[in-house]
Write a protein that binds this ligand. Structure first.
Ligand SMILES: NC(=O)c1ccc[n+]([C@@H]2O[C@H](COP(=O)([O-])OP(=O)(O)OC[C@H]3O[C@@H](n4cnc5c(N)ncnc54)[C@H](OP(=O)(O)O)[C@@H]3O)[C@@H](O)[C@H]2O)c1
Length: 282
């Protein structure tokens, strides 16, 4: 297929790009670094020259926190919505949107609400659409995994509250496998899928697993009260955008979903973190 991939220079987009190329697809990669800035792509007409002779479009652009000149409203909502409407006009058949877990009726942060707004626009088109809502995605190049690996390697692991927040990370290879399946003509379209690992686990258990995978003994932990973490996040977010208070609230609420629909979609269970972070030979 001939495919336009936005966000192709990012962590997820990069893995999707490799997967598409390995599967023999012809990919037009696009991102800000490659000359297409979403801030200037908010009208349907802006997209039309990019959509000639395409079979599918995959949108993997997004930000974890706003900065000067990078707003959720434009990057997550207005530009993708314009892209989806333009796809309808240009006769592109399949469109895959990389959204996020929590972009649903219970969305409570601007990150989630703007994702949902674009998802709703896509769902309102006549396109063959897929809305994929990943939980935390890990694998080579993941900045969130790098942060957790750093925390896990400390002799005393600082925890958000008691560290029992439920997470259900999905390995990036399972995300790519899902995208490839969405592109198969026999896969029925117009689906919203939550992309999660095989089962939930507590954040502290994931950190200790990461540690064990590096051959280290379990570490002592230092629970930091949630209100204190939130207060310090107003400063630390400038160093580490993932530590924005809203992202901590998302983490604290739990980032999990039923893995059943994804299991049925893939014809197998997604990877469990225990499979990935178990030391070789055990
Ligand atoms: N990683 C996760 O755990 C996770 C979980 C759930 C959902 N998601 C969603 O998945 C998507 C990709 O995430 P990621 O982790 O791959 O993020 P990432 O590594 O930060 O990549 C973001 C991509 O967006 C592009 N981009 C940023 N601003 C842009 C702009 N103004 N115009 C055009 N392109 C722009 C970047 O291109 P340049 O570098 O060229 O600017 C890059 O290719 C996002 O929508 C995110 O919300 C991610």
């Amino acid at each position: 297929m001939r495919i336009l991939l936005t966000g192709a220079t990012g962590f997820i987009g990069g893995h999707i790009l490799t997967g598409l190329q390995q599967a023999g697809h012809e990919v037009r990669a696009c991102s800000r670094r490659l000359g297409v800035d979403f801030n200037r792509m908010v009208n349907d007409d802006d997209w039309m020259p990019h959509l000639e002779n395409l079979d599918a479009v995959i949108n993997a652009v997004g930000i974890i926190a706003e900065t000067r000149g990078q707003s959720f409203e434009i990057l997550h909502h207005q530009a993708p919505a314009a892209l989806f409407r333009a796809c309808e006009r240009a006769g592109v058949r399949r469109v895959i949107q990389i959204s996020a877990l929590g972009a649903d009726d219970r969305a409570f942060t601007p990150y989630q609400r703007t994702k949902k707004a674009a998802d709703d626009t896509l769902r309102g088109t006549s396109l063959e659409w897929f809305v994929l809502r990943p939980s935390l995605v890990y694998g080579k190049g993941s900045s969130s995994e790098a942060l957790f690996q750093f925390m896990a390697a400390l002799p005393l692991i600082p925890l958000v509250g008691n560290g029992r927040q439920q997470v259900q990370p999905i390995h990036v290879s399972d995300l790519v496998a899902t995208v490839l399946r969405c592109l198969q003509p026999e896969t029925p379209a117009r689906q919203t899928l939550d992309l999660v690992g095989a089962q939930p686990l507590a954040l502290v258990d994931w950190l200790q697993l990461m540690r064990r995978a590096k051959g280290k003994r379990p570490a002592l932990t230092l629970p930091i009260p949630f209100p204190l973490i939130l207060a310090s996040a107003h400063l630390s977010r400038f160093l580490i955008p993932m530590l924005h208070p809203d992202n901590l609230r998302i983490l604290d609420r739990g980032n999990i979903a039923d893995a059943g629909p994804l299991t049925r979609f893939l014809g197998r269970a997604p990877l469990a973190v225990e499979e990935v972070f178990t030391p070789k030979g055990r």
